[in-house]
Design a protein around this ligand. Structure first.
Ligand code: 5GP
Length: 178
């Protein structure tokens, strides 16, 4: 049995809250009016999108979800990306902001941006809470990044390990997992 634990706090709940307010202010400045579609990737980004959406002090914010196959129980990417739940709205001609929890290899987001671009949104940009630039394999253009973090496996604030730890209100480093 693995002895995984998540005791070391990397980013506190307070730091997250403050940074999300800053990100939201930039987003509102860039998209002052009209519908803005937040396309959030399940499950990891669900807490981030909930907080980010509430920090966006404007009307016309739409929240949509997509399911993309993720790491499952393992800590490294299989390199395989699959849509498990698609959008049920038409994003043609709309301002779309993909809301992600973390960009690691960039494989998921480079796939997703290519897919959504084919639907001809007016604009398509990326907001991620966490960015692990050292691990990048595929280049991804991130417009709004909350925190750059080192190459460590983190959990909490929506991010899991084997479906655990999503409910932590801060971001912690996972140790002792396989
Ligand atoms: P990428 O395709 O960029 O390698 O990976 C993106 C996805 O991998 C994220 O949405 C997330 O589900 C998962 N991931 C990458 N790094 C971490 C990490 O440090 N912790 C957790 N819990 N998931 C991660």
């Amino acid at each position: 049995m693995s002895q995984a634990s998540a005791e070391r706090v990397l980013i506190s709940a307070d730091q997250i809250r403050k940074r999300i307010d800053e990100m939201a202010a930039s987003i509102v400045a860039d998209y002052p009016e009209g519908p803005l579609y937040l396309v959030s990737v399940l499950k990891g980004a669900f807490i981030f999108v909930a907080d980010l959406a509430r920090a966006l002090k404007r009307s016309g914010v739409r929240i949509e979800f997509m399911g993309i196959s993720s790491y499952g129980k393992a800590k490294t990417s299989s390199g395989q990306v699959k849509v498990t739940r698609d959008l049920d709205v038409n994003i043609e001609g709309q301002n779309v902001l993909i809301v992600e929890d973390i960009v690691d290899s960039g494989i998921t987001l480079s796939y997703l941006t290519r897919l959504l671009q084919q639907r001809h949104p007016k604009t398509l940009e990326i907001a991620t809470l966490l960015d692990k630039p050292e691990r990048r394999i595929k280049p991804v253009k991130i417009k709004y990044a909350g925190f750059q973090i080192p190459d460590e496996f983190v959990v909490g604030y929506g991010l899991d390990y084997a479906e655990d730890y999503r409910n932590l209100s801060d971001i912690r480093v996972l140790t002792g997992a396989d």
